[in-house]
Design a protein around this ligand. Sequence first.
Ligand code: HH2
Length: 388
Amino acid sequence: MREEVRGRAWDLIEGSDARLFLVGTPLLPFAAELPTPSRAILLTAPAPPLPTPEPGLALLQREGYLLAAGPAAALATLCETWQGELGRLARTLLARYERPPAPLRFADGESWELADAARVMGILNVTPDSFSDGGRHDAPSTALAHAENMLEEGADIIDVGGESTRPGAAPVAPEAEAARVVPVIDALRKHHPRCRISIDTRRAEVARAALDAGADLVNDVSALADPAMAALVAERGVPLCLMHMRGEPGTMQNDTRYRDLVGEVLDFLAARAEIAHGAGISSDRILVDPGIGFAKSAVGNEVLLRQLGCFRSLGLPLLVGVSRKSFIGKRTLVESPDGRLGGSLSAAVAALLGGARILRVHDVRASREALTMADALRRWPAPHEETS
Ligand code: HH2
C-alpha cells in the first residue's frame, strides 16, 4: 500500500512487523497546524488502537497505519503507551533522533565533539579534471600551499582526492590515484604533524597507501563498494565516511529517478553502516553522507537537503558536500563553479540547520564564518552567554 503525502510516496507494508519512520514535518498535510519543532512517526500495520490524544499531538489514522506528529515530548509519551517490541523500537528511534550524535573518535584517541560547532572539511583535489578546481593543485608544491591556506582559513580537516567523481568522470587506475595523493599527504603530514587529513577514495589499495602516509580518515564515496575497505578501516581504527551513490560516476546521472529518494538513501546508508559495524567499525567512527550530486537530479538534491533531518534517525554524524555543485548553478543561474559562493554558503547553512555536522567545502574562510554564525543562532540563547 502506498500513500502520497506532499509529494513523498511512503511504502506501507501491510501485515509485516511494524515499521517506523521519523520524518521532517514539512511533509505532513497538517504541518502548518503543528508547533515547532515537531517530529512525526509513521507506523505501519499492525497499528495499535488510537490512543487518547496528547496535547499538541496530531494523529492521522487510516486502515493499516497511524501517523503521529507533534513535539518530541508528546511523541515520547505516546510511545510509552505502545507495548512490546513496537514501543521499544519507537522509543529507540525517537531517542536517537533527539540525541546529538556521539563525538567522532580518531585512531590517536582525539575526539571531535560535534554537537556545538560544525567542522569544516577543506577540499584538495589533486586531479587534472575535478569539476571546480581540476588542474590547479596537481603538483605537490601547489597542493601543499593550497592545503596550508585552507588550514589558515579555519579548515578542521583537509580532504585529499586523486580521482574526480564528477558526473561523467572516467575511473583512474589505483596506482595512478595513489601516486597523486601520497606525496601530498606525505608533505602535509611532515609540515603539519597535527593537522587532520582525510583521503577521498573508493579503493582500499589507495586508502592503505594514504593511511600509511599519515591520513586520519577515509572518505569513501562508494560506501564500501571495495570489499577490502571495511577490514582495512577497522584494522587501522580510523573514522570512515559512508556516502550514498548509485552506479558509477561516469554514468550515474543517466538515471536520477527514485521511487522514494529520501527513503532509499536512508535505507542504503543504514545497510552500509550495518556492514561497517559487522566488520568491527564502531559507531563513534562512522559518518554518513547523502551524496549531494551523486545520481540525483537538481531537485532531488534540494529535496535531500530540505529533508536532511530524516537522516538523524541513523544516530550517526552527518557530513554534507554541496560546495559549488551544479544544482546550485541551476537554481542561481551561475554557470561557473567558482562563482557559486553565495548559493554554496546558503546550502551549507541549510544543511547545518538540518543536522549536518561536517561540511565539505572549497571556500574555507567564507564557509567557516557562515557556519560559525549559523551554529550560534541555532543554539541561541546559549546558556553561558549574556542576552542583555
Ligand atoms: N563530493 C565530491 C567528492 N567527494 N565526498 C563526500 N563525502 N561528499 C561529497 O559530497 C563529495 C565527496 C565531489 O566534489 P569535488 O571533489 O569538488 O569534485 P570532483 O569529484 O570532480 O573531484
